[in-house]
Design a protein around this ligand. Structure first.
Ligand SMILES: NC(=O)c1ccc[n+]([C@@H]2O[C@H](COP(=O)([O-])OP(=O)(O)OC[C@H]3O[C@@H](n4cnc5c(N)ncnc54)[C@H](OP(=O)(O)O)[C@@H]3O)[C@@H](O)[C@H]2O)c1
Length: 284
């Protein structure tokens, strides 16, 4: 069967819904009646989004949690607020992401793209596990990227990227981490009520990278005409969050709502386990 379920009474937590693919995803899910719990770093943008979503879906519960995914304490506080609601979480969509053209370090010493795109979501997912377990069936959807192909290993010896920082390689590194995390999490949640899958949304015209130099912004704008819309980019996320087709499916990578083969280095069990251990240490 294809097509989406009615999402009324489903509780969905999503990151990075204030722009681009995440915003289009939230709008589509609101349109189907889901209760939406949104983690954003910019309260003003978050409030504006909430207004839009409440106009689309007047009966659903729609709430904002303000936290920067690069800050473990803020992530912990947001989850604590969510946990206080004492409700089951049916779907978690780890969507937020950044692309930096220069090397930025987080206070814990890791490079920011790895810190936000992977580590922040690693922590968020761990902390939301009790809520996910409270649901009869729960799904975790990880917005990864085909960019993972550009990086074949995790830079365990230099997570600060002191040597050889390169915009796309280092971004790809964070997306490889998304892929390894998905595989390890799927292994660890086998035989539970939770499934986890990752996806590539396609090449989408969004705000990704727009916080960088004027030159980068111009390059993004020039390439945009060849990219698809955020609404197109949201389709596979919405599919994985809601379709009966993927009930019980776990540990897979999707593109255009279809399973896509994963290169061996992005599902290597020892790399995935090591990343898990290193990530646990970094967020503790
Ligand atoms: N666009 C593409 O072609 C493409 C291709 C493959 C994969 N992806 C992936 O798709 C996902 C969505 O990207 P997008 O293209 O939609 O980019 P986008 O338009 O820049 O949206 C990114 C979202 O993430 C949020 N965000 C960024 N840093 C954050 C942080 N530290 N804490 C909390 N939220 C944060 C942003 O918040 P603000 O509104 O405050 O900036 C925004 O809502 C990313 O994971 C990206 O890697 C995109």
């Amino acid at each position: 069967m294809s097509g989406n379920k009615e999402l009324t009474e489903k509780n969905i937590f999503i990151t990075g819904a204030t722009d681009g693919i995440g915003r289009a995803t939230a709008i589509s899910l609101a349109d189907q009646g889901a209760n939406l719990y949104i983690l954003c770093r910019n309260e003003k943008k978050g409030d504006a989004l909430i207004k839009v979503l409440r106009q689309i879906s007047t009966k659903a519960e729609i709430r904002l949690f303000v936290a920067d995914l690069g800050d473990s304490r803020q992530v912990g506080r947001a989850v604590h607020e969510f946990e206080n609601l004492d409700i089951p979480l049916h779907v978690l969509i780890n969507n937020a992401g950044i692309l930096n053209t220069s090397r930025i370090l987080l206070p814990n010493g890791v490079e920011q793209m790895f810190g936000v795109n992977h580590l922040g979501h690693f922590l968020l997912t761990q902390e939301l596990m009790p809520s996910l377990k409270r649901a009869n069936k729960a799904r975790i959807v990880i917005v990864a990227s085909g960019a993972y192909l550009m990086c074949k290993e995790i830079n365990f010896d230099d997570l600060a990227w002191e040597k050889n920082f390169k915009t796309f390689k280092t971004y790809a590194h964070s997306k490889l981490a998304n892929m390894l995390f998905m595989h390890e999490l799927a292994r660890r949640t086998e035989d539970t009520n939770i499934t986890v899958n990752a996806l590539h949304p396609g090449e989408i015209s969004s705000n990704l990278g727009a916080q960088n130099s004027a030159l980068t912004r111009m390059a993004i704008k020039l390439s945009s005409p060849f990219f698809k819309s955020p609404t197109d980019g949201a389709k596979t996320s919405v599919y994985l969050a809601s379709s009966d087709d993927v009930e019980g499916v776990t540990g897979k990578y999707f593109m255009n709502s279809k399973v896509k083969e994963v290169k061996p280095w992005a599902k290597d069990p020892s790399a995935a386990e090591r990343l898990w251990d290193v990530s646990s240490e970094l967020v503790s």
